[in-house]
Design a binder for this molecule. Structure first.
Ligand code: AQP
Length: 333
């Protein structure tokens, strides 16, 4: 059997709900790039998910382009991976409906992200926000992946996707592969620079709380200089020093140095020097990405060709699974 046939399938998606952050990069995309050589990989820009929160249409459109372009700039390769925009493959919405009718209200009501997001967007607690995990289950199950890379915050949603798949298979026969969580060996959980109790998020209203991958050097350094630390002074990882610990995690992820090595490097130094070093290391890592991005985004025609082609490839797989599920529930297909 050829090596290609033996490769396990992996799928992951990212929402174009803002400019991608250092958290998205260190926690997800940096690993996706590595996975391309080991797995058969599928990556989507999850625009359907983004509208669970109110988006300004022109801004959303531009963020969809920039998210796709940034995925390319970071090293995702359409020759190696299927890369597409979720709304270009209508089977996502179609399967989500079939799965919605096989998911219980009570299961959705337990989702902590719904509770968090509805608290944050109290003026727009829409049905899509509530049933978001069913759409996520459809995103996953359509491509029959063996693994789905998930951060701690998405674990509950993968669990529900597994439950939905198992139940559907039991009721209607074998349609879906039940995927496992993939916890990458490396991959940092990056916290907000302004509130290290919260994860760094691209949709945070406080622009100083996150570093966007496309921020220029001065902005990156300024944001790190303003990062919340503490008044104790030592540079080491500790539960009581969440701000400093977060900066150490970031520095370690960017430089490849271990945490003890970082602690040793900054022994006896002040927060000012430390923050500057983290800022410079991050800015140096991001500079070439920004350069590649600027080139890619300036050729819209090529970008469109790539994502249309990706959607065609994705749909060939998605259509098969979706038709099978539709047939099983009794539709005439
Ligand atoms: N702070 C983070 N640290 C590590 N990993 C992170 N991810 C997101 N933030 C961090 C990982 O990035 C991938 C894509 O995430 P997403 O954009 O689909 O949704 P999200 O997790 O909700 O990311 P954001 O930035 O917080 O978006 P908004 O603000 O729109 O909700 C996922 O693998 C995620 O774990």
């Amino acid at each position: 059997m050829s090596e290609t046939l033996e490769r396990k399938r992996v799928l992951s998606c990212i929402q174009p709900s803002g400019m991608l952050t250092l958290g998205n990069y260190l926690g997800a995309l940096k690993n996706w790039v590595k996975m391309q050589d080991e797995f058969e990989t599928t990556f989507a820009v999850a625009d359907l998910h983004a509208i669970t929160v109110r988006q300004e249409p022109a801004k959303l459109r531009s963020q969809i382009y920039s998210t796709y372009a940034l995925m390319l700039a970071l090293g995702l390769d359409p020759e190696k991976s299927t890369m597409f925009i979720q709304s270009h493959v209508p089977e996502h919405a179609c399967l989500a409906w079939v799965l919605s009718c096989n998911t219980q209200f009570g299961e959705m009501a337990r989702m902590t992200q719904f509770k968090d997001k509805s608290a944050k967007h109290a003026d727009n607690i829409n049905v899509g926000l509530f049933s978001y995990p069913v759409l996520m289950a459809a995103d996953i199950l359509l491509y029959k992946p063996d693994f789905v890379p998930v951060g701690a915050d998405q674990k509950q949603h993968l669990e529900i996707a597994r439950d939905i798949a198992i139940r559907f298979n039991r009721l209607y026969g074998d349609v879906f592969t039940v995927p496992d969580a993939y916890i990458p060996k490396t991959g940092a959980r990056v916290m907000s620079l302004q509130d290290p109790e919260k994860k760094m998020s691209k949709s945070d209203d406080n622009l100083n709380s996150f570093v966007a991958i496309l921020d220029d050097k001065d902005t990156v350094i300024r944001k790190f200089k303003r990062a919340i630390t503490d008044s104790e002074g030592g540079i080491y990882v500790s539960e009581d020093k969440k701000g400093v610990s977060n900066l150490i995690t970031i520095y370690s992820a960017v430089t490849g140095k271990t945490v003890p090595e970082v602690e040793k490097e900054f022994e006896g130094k002040g927060y000012g020097d430390f923050k500057l070093a983290v800022g410079e290391a991050v800015a140096d890592e991001l500079a070439p990405i920004r350069e590649r991005y600027n080139k890619i985004i300036s050729d819209k025609g090529e970008l469109e060709r790539l994502f249309r082609d990706g959607a065609e490839r994705a749909e060939r797989v998605a259509r098969k699974t979706c038709f099978k599920a539709m047939k099983k529930v009794g539709f005439v297909v």
